[in-house]
Design a protein around this ligand. Sequence first.
Ligand code: BGC
Length: 740
Amino acid sequence: MKIYPFFLAAAALSVSAQTPQIDNIISQLTLDEKINIVVGANRLFELPPDAAPGMPARPAPDWEAIGKIQSQKVKPGVVTAFTEGRVPGAAGELIPVERLGLTTMILADGPAGVRIDPVDGHYATAFPTGSLLSASFDTDMVESMTKAMGNEVKEYGVDVLLAPAINIMRSPLCGRNFEYYSEDPLLAGKIAAAYIRGIQSNGVGTSLKHFAVNNQETMRNGVNANVSDRALREIYLRPFEIAVKEAQPWTIMSSYNKINGVLASENRWLLTDVLRNEWGYDGFVMTDWWAEQDGARQIKAGNDMLMPGSVHQADEIRDAITSKRLDERFLDSCVARILNVLFKSPTYNRYEYSDAPDLEGHAAIARKAATEGMVLMQNDDRTLPLKPKSKIALFGTSSYDILVGGTGSGNVNRKYKVSLDEGLQNAGFKLDKNISEKYTSHVAEHKAKTEENFWTVPVVPELAISEAEAAKCARANDAAILTIGRMAGEGGDRHTTAGDWYLSDTEKANLDAISKAFRAAGKPVVVVLNMGNIIDMKWDTQADAILHAWLPGQEGGNAIADVLSGKANPSGRLPMTVAYNYTDYPSSANFPSSDGVDGSVDYDEDIFVGYRGFEASATAPAYPFGFGLSYTDFTYSNLNAARSGDSITLSVDVANSGKKAGKDAILAFASAPESDVAMPVRELRAFAKTALLKPGASQTVKMEIPVSDLRYFDEFEQTWKLPEGTWTISVGDLSTQIYL
Ligand code: BGC
């Protein structure tokens, strides 16, 4: 390794005893150097013409400064991020201050893997996306999966992964729900904490995003969320609080939107009073990309870094300081917080990355992880698992062109993806040749005309299947599998239209024909849902089995086949409520806007988001939060609770009383005593996953509920309070409950 004497001296700074040294560095920095540290390096480059439509033209690139970043290459042959990149395709980076040994730091998207351009064959693994991870209800699994992902972050020369994304699924129509976790704040927070621990165990950072109340993509750059303090605290900030306190992400990304009239990135209450003073956060906060709001106000609010960085932001901060509108000490604190993280980063510590992570090993991890979060929503007469070597008529274009991740910054440049047709054949099933050939050529024809890019992952239009074709397939095969695919992502929300929330006419007609024909022949119909979210399910009686496979990552086809064949026993549970009618969702009256004019959304459902709302209004969902079947049966007994100080320890014996080995996710809900305060019927307060239990085996599952977690937020007194009286704990999903 080439030794840079200057860097060695700087690297010797200890992070724990840094304050005096950081002060010392700051005292040596010029105003421009400080501004260079907080305003991202993109301003040195020409703005890519299509990066930000409507943005003013930028000056020519500052080649001298770019050269300085390039001189920090740890290995030859690569240049900086935005153009050809030291890490091509990385989303952002810092401008170094070479004379003081302060290096750049490279930031790249997530969350389903590290998003880099596949230059020189540098592909990254596309892991399963957020909603699948949370459906696993398995923090250990998530942590071990992201440990592998974090290794790719490090070995591709990235310092901070821009992930996880944990905004509450307020509406099933939010375009980015695929990368978010849940309608429940505890589940979202705990899964996020596990994700962060796994990534950061590699010595690289994460960026918990989008802080906060970014629950829709429509008008995302400035929509004003009108939300009560109570809903903010209990629902929307809570997952961030859990993740911050339990896992200390190196960085946090503020969101674009306004919260009660104030932009999140300019919100000192949010970024300083709550995040730092109340929660004890010690990392730094960056803006979301191109959130070019008032730079001086952002700095003052405690939004330390402006990404990806523009010339006018730098000018604005310089003007604000020279005209004394902004006290330079605000800037100094931002710089200090950034340096604190920089000193831990691989780039600063001259880590020699390999550009060669173990992609094969990680693919196996992605495949296993994908099976852990799939949800068996229906399995009449134990249709699944399928008998080995069954003959299958495989329908649905997404069966042949699987959707593995969502669009936008979360779309990973993977080397390959395994569709379900390949997965089933790898698992020894025989596919109906005629129908498969018909789909394969239709898919190939469509794909020749379209291309996957940042904003678009084309979904191949559905093929119409005639009744005669369906009947022919039913005679010649043992079962039908039909995949329904939906794509969504950054920059847009879904709609309550046919082909999106509802089945399209072709999908409906196909399901009718297939279901009629296979049932007449006494053969089962299996529907696979391939989407990061959910859809209307009123058709579910036409299927014998339904598997929600989410957006399962590049090994998706193999993973689905693992579950359909019984090699893996599904143990996922729904992290969101599936409504019978879209209008049953408590947010539906106010999504994506309340006025349609000035871009404001009233969160009128308050804390009654998702299942909290369904239970409060006694509205029966199609599938409740926490629902998920297994190929085996579990019985619960000996539910015990003991309180000691601030902690309630729960234990429950879970026995596999069925015939196949399996895991079970155990959910514990708490119900408050009667009081004058409006409280949800019950709220998820703890969850755990069993080990793989063989038939007849049992496990005592232990869970902890801190008593302080049972408090509600009193808006009048602006404080947390505990309703006194007898609390009820119940274990199970929201359709099967065992009470204590
Ligand atoms: C997205 C972020 C992402 C960033 C950088 C933004 O448009 O909202 O989630 O990390 O771009 O690519």
